[in-house]
Design a binder for this molecule. Structure first.
Ligand SMILES: Cc1cc2nc3c(=O)[nH]c(=O)nc-3n(C[C@H](O)[C@H](O)[C@H](O)COP(=O)(O)OP(=O)(O)OC[C@H]3O[C@@H](n4cnc5c(N)ncnc54)[C@H](O)[C@@H]3O)c2cc1C
Length: 386
């Protein structure tokens, strides 16, 4: 059993994170946006706090938070520019958890410590052109050659690729058959010959968080690069890591929605129209009420989903339901926040304008809202048919 973090220790971590977010990062949000970059001193601060490895077990150098603790932290991190969270999101989440859950002891010993301390940024390379919502259709291939593997293919939209030291690469070793999807997962150092990282994508929002294409041109790795030492765990590793990640993304959405609500209340209680505070208009109060209701419902759902995950009661439906509800909710709350701000809400430099663009991504990555509905619905029907 991994070492768990006591409530008392966790409260300290949470308080420190909240303090960091509110006093050090929020005042620099505009700088992050303008420069499309999280400043180095904030990165170093986050590194010292252990944020690159908060969800990595302590035996491998991380803070060792479990998922219920992870979501509490995520709700704090979601309160500011989402670029901060993205900087260490792949280490703790989709990429790091593949190694934690499926790596051999040797692979964990080699990579988890540098990942946990932030010396190495790990990226999760699953999506390809034509294989996003349906990763089982991926075409990147890995072929055995003299005890090595040779990987070739194209990945796209890979978070943190421009700064990655390690790619967790999903590749096909054979066509899907009765044994499984035929997808394996490999550890590929970013400096391996044949790894070609494209230019940074120009995105709608989340300035400071970077993605790009990554091409693997006959990249040769040794047998020890095959995660878990088995060709057959890639697809399961991807699905498990994504399901866990969905609870985390749902919590991020709640944190951002809370910020949009707080900005809305602050505006409604200071801005006037014809001498009347806009917060005194009942139609504005109704918008605030809808925002608050969404945030409260989302927070309760996220906490429940995290609890069901660690108890093992539900690792499929609840993560997707939480991501679906919370990311859609954050979109609505952000939209209402712009509405409450009137024309000011449409202006660059106003936090809710940034939030409106930033949260749009949450409904797309780690499974679109449509895919979450399919997962929830199909699992309900399958369970009833059993
Ligand atoms: C900023 C950003 C960061 C990302 N980071 C990463 C990363 O680090 N690693 C990684 O591997 N990927 C990453 N992704 C990829 C992301 O997970 C995919 O973009 C997402 O899963 C959607 O896939 P797609 O873009 O191919 O869209 P598509 O799958 O083509 O979807 C297009 C539309 O079709 C719908 N659709 C698709 N299939 C079905 C179906 N069966 N039934 C009903 N509707 C369907 C979708 O819901 C959507 O509305 C990132 C993407 C972005 C934009």
């Amino acid at each position: 059993m991994p070492v768990t973090v006591s409530d008392e220790d966790f409260q300290q971590i949470l308080t420190q994170t909240r303090h960091f977010v509110r006093t050090a990062v929020i005042p620099r949000e505009q700088e992050i946006l303008d420069n499309d970059r999280v400043p180095d001193d904030l990165r170093e601060h986050a590194q010292k706090m252990g944020l690159f490895g908060y969800a990595i077990p302590q035996e491998w150098g991380g803070l060792g938070l479990d998922l219920p603790q992870d979501v509490e932290l995520a709700m704090e991190l979601g309160y500011t520019s989402l670029a901060l969270r993205s900087m260490f999101g792949t280490n703790n989440g989709i990429a790091g958890q593949v190694l934690v859950g499926f790596g051999t002891d040797e692979q964990k010993a080699r990579w988890l410590e540098p990942i946990a301390c932030g010396d190495v940024v790990a990226s999760f390379a699953l999506t390809e052109p034509g294989a996003g919502s349906n990763p089982a259709g991926l075409r990147t291939k890995a072929v055995r050659d003299n005890g090595n593997w040779v990987i070739s293919g194209q990945k796209r939209f890979i978070t943190n690729a421009p700064v990655a030291g390690l790619f967790i690469v999903f590749a096909r070793t054979r066509p899907a058959d009765e044994r499984g999807a035929g997808i394996a997962v490999f550890l590929v150092p970013a400096d391996a010959a044949g790894v070609d990282v494209g230019v940074k994508d120009a995105k709608m929002g989340q300035e400071g968080a970077w993605t790009s294409d990554v091409n693997f041109n006959d990249v040769r790795v040794d047998a020890g690069a095959l995660i878990g030492g088995s060709e057959d765990i890639g697809y399961r590793a991807a699905m498990t890591s994504l399901a866990r990640g969905r609870v985390h993304i749902a919590a991020i959405a709640v944190g951002t929605a809370q910020r949009a609500l707080d900005e809305s209340v602050a505006y409604a209680t200071t801005a006037t129209q014809g001498g009347t505070l806009i917060g005194n208009f009942q139609l504005v109060q109704a918008m605030l009420a809808d925002q608050q209701t969404g945030v409260l419902a989302g927070r309760a759902l996220v906490r429940d989903a995290a609890r069901l995950w660690v108890s093992g009661e539900d690792c499929r439906i609840a993560p997707s339901a939480a991501k679906l509800f919370c990311t859609e909710m954050a979109g609505k709350v952000a939209d209402l926040a712009v509405q409450i701000h009137g024309g000011s809400g449409y202006m660059r430099g106003v936090p809710v304008e940034r939030i409106y663009r930033d949260v749009r991504l949450l409904r797309l990555y780690e499974g679109t809202s449509e895919i979450q509905r399919l997962i929830v619905g199909s699992n309900l029907v399958r369970a009833a048919q059993r």
